[in-house]
Design a protein around this ligand. Sequence first.
Ligand SMILES: Nc1ncnc2c1ncn2[C@@H]1O[C@H](COP(=O)(O)OP(=O)(O)O)[C@@H](O)[C@H]1O
Ligand SMILES: [Mg+2]
Length: 229
Amino acid sequence: MIGEKEKNAIIRLFHVYRHYGSKNALIDITLDVFKNEFLFISGPSGAGKTTLLKLLYLGEPVSDGQILIDGMNLSRISRNRIPYLRRNFGIVFQDYKLIKTKTVYENVAIVLEASGVKRRMVQKKVNHVLRTVGMEQRHSAFPPSLSGGEQQRVAIARAIVGDPKIILADEPTGSLDSESASFIFNLLKGVHTRGATVIIATHDKELIKKTGGRVVYLSSGRLETSPYV
Ligand SMILES: Nc1ncnc2c1ncn2[C@@H]1O[C@H](COP(=O)(O)OP(=O)(O)O)[C@@H](O)[C@H]1O
Ligand SMILES: [Mg+2]
């Protein structure tokens, strides 16, 4: 019988492994992430945080074990369904990954244009998310003219504009000063308040403490669920 807790899990990992050659990046990971959770994946550099996020958004296959996203078993998804599955995710990286030759507006709009949203609706949604992250005044700027914190705000706008159910952020504040980092964490909190499940990989214990939320800890590829902060 499926219990209430399991029904509310949006992500389920069962005995997941990921090897690179003889290197075990993830070992026997079993974890449920619940709908509308705000979850930190913490642990030192090299612990497997980035690898875990990659497996979730189908950036890489598992070596062993199973992952279910919203009830769908990733190992049974046909290749042509992968783009649809990826629309469940908005992803934020440490190095922003904005397109330097496109404006702030274009960097965000591209997500909607790629999924065939009509121009008027694109405008409405992009302007709305740029207001949400406080970047509406800079819509015509190019990323290289922005500070790191501003670029990350645009990257968050890009991640949330398609209204994904799950936001994955990999060391989103790793290149930012503490003030910009707090701003970014608060934006992610806001995304969570509006209903998304948010998973943040970070080794920044101070920010975790300040922000609050469940913390799971990776150590040499293994998961420890004991409280970390
Ligand atoms: N493509 C790869 N090939 C070989 N080893 C890798 C690869 N990606 C990650 N690793 C190794 O897997 C381990 C976990 O890496 P990673 O997930 O990036 O850790 P974290 O994000 O916690 O710093 C590290 O030892 C890393 O060197
Ligand atoms: Mg990493």
